[in-house]
Design a protein around this ligand. Structure first.
Ligand SMILES: [Zn+2]
Ligand SMILES: [Zn+2]
Ligand SMILES: [Zn+2]
Length: 209
């Protein structure tokens, strides 16, 4: 004797040799118990079944579709060191290197680190008597200024006046000797080219203290 019925899941008529059961097959029994949702993959558009607790978060049918979607929004850059192309999100489009080893191997980056370290050291050290005397003079003159400022990404200057393009170097004889009075030193020439600013160099510190 055959028992007939309508599958509660797929709606098909079915007949079987034993009574009971609401579904036509194991597959329908299994599917009917699923509590998740079917939604389209955000990349390829194919329907995919997503468990209930992941319904909000899962948007792609697989890793390949996820990666393809990520690539779609990314920009391709060329590594400054190895020349290979690499992908970043638009937020990081100013990145220059594909990896940390490539960054660390770049001479420009090394130079920037060196300058930055030097600047930190300069700021940490106690001001010399010459710098203190110079500071007193500027303060007495009512000038506003900053000290140990990085200019043109290259040079650290002792003083930069606020609002006017003037920097001051307090060169004591101890470090700089009398040669500092000579404007044609390699340093000052390079500095003038890089910064295009007015420079006042007080070479004879005895004049000040
Ligand atoms: Zn069925
Ligand atoms: Zn997909
Ligand atoms: Zn690289």
């Amino acid at each position: 004797m055959a028992y007939t019925g309508v599958c509660a899941h797929c709606g098909k008529d079915f007949s079987r040799h034993y009574p009971g059961g609401r579904y036509c097959s194991k597959a329908c029994t299994h599917d009917a118990r699923k509590s998740g949702v079917v939604k389209p993959c955000a990349s390829c558009g194919a329907d995919m079944y997503v468990q209930k607790h992941r319904a909000q978060r899962k948007n792609f049918c697989g890793v390949a579709c996820h990666d393809a979607h990520q690539r779609r929004t990314k920009v391709e850059l060329k590594c400054k060191t190895c020349g290979k192309p690499f992908l970043v999100s638009p937020h990081f489009s100013s990145r220059k290197y594909c990896s940390l080893p490539c960054r660390d191997a770049c001479p420009d980056f090394k130079r920037r680190c060196w300058i930055e370290n030097n600047l930190q050291l300069q700021r940490r050290k106690e001001p010399t008597s010459l710098e203190l005397a110079g500071r007193a003079i500027l303060e007495a003159a009512g000038l506003r200024f900053s000290e140990q400022v990085l200019v043109a990404g290259k040079f650290t200057v002792d003083v930069m006046l606020d609002g006017v393009p003037i920097v001051i170097q307090w060169d004591g004889d101890y470090w700089h000797g009398y040669r500092a009075a000579n404007d044609n030193t390699r340093w000052s020439r390079a500095w003038r080219v890089a910064s295009n600013w007015t420079r006042r160099r007080t070479s004879t510190w005895r004049r000040w203290v």
